[in-house]
Design a protein around this ligand. Structure first.
Ligand SMILES: CC(C)(COP(=O)(O)OP(=O)(O)OC[C@H]1O[C@@H](n2cnc3c(N)ncnc32)[C@H](O)[C@@H]1OP(=O)(O)O)[C@@H](O)C(=O)NCCC(=O)NCCS
Length: 157
């Protein structure tokens, strides 16, 4: 049996599709690896009613990332609540693909703009979001002293 010296690259391309109930266990696994498991089963189950996209590895059919967004029809705005990519698959443009697909989905819902939830901005991948057209619109301070403040990032759809 010949020795395999170099493994074939794991990433051969991903497809994006809406999440289904049966996908939640794998999403929880990625959530745990990416964030230490802040969101639970019930939050993800409720997200199935809104915008909940998965990145699926074309070669293995395995889910490698997800994005959750909600729609505020009154403000005509979508809010991206969560984006995560399995650590083995980061840095390959998967979050970019998920975000781009979410813009298309939110636009079809007749919304005008999209905002990143503060948790996402706090994570600090600003360059990624700016490259996708997000711009800092406001500085948000939840406490009176302004000790903890976050940038609000928005983009037109
Ligand atoms: C942030 C995250 C979703 C990016 O996914 P990804 O598929 O690796 O992203 P892409 O390959 O599309 O883009 C990579 C870009 O994001 C940047 N980036 C990724 N994570 C970053 C971080 N934590 N801080 C700063 N920049 C980051 C990379 O430097 C790269 O930018 P560059 O190409 O200019 O160097 C992924 O790293 C992740 O799941 N992190 C843990 C969960 C998280 O923090 N999610 C966001 C808050 S909800």
């Amino acid at each position: 049996m010949p020795l395999i010296l170099v493994e074939a690259p794991r990433h051969v391309g991903v497809g994006i599709r809406p999440a289904l109930h049966r996908d939640i266990p794998r999403v929880l696994e990625i959530e745990r690896l990416a964030f230490g498991g802040q969101w639970d089963y019930y939050q993800f189950r409720a997200s199935l009613e809104d915008v909940f996209l998965l990145a699926v590895d074309a070669a293995s059919g395995e889910t490698v990332g997800f994005l959750v967004a909600c729609c505020c029809k009154i403000a005509r705005r979508g809010i991206i609540l969560r984006v995560a990519v399995h650590p083995d698959f980061q840095g390959q443009g998967i979050a970019t693909q998920l975000l781009q697909e979410s813009f298309t989905t939110l636009k079809k819902k007749d919304l005008d703009e999209v905002e990143l939830d503060v948790d996402i901005v706090k994570n600090g991948a600003m360059r990624l979001y700016e490259r996708l057209g997000f711009r800092v619109k406001e500085l948000f301070s939840p406490d009176m002293e302004g000790e903890e403040s976050f940038h609000i990032m928005r983009r037109k759809l």
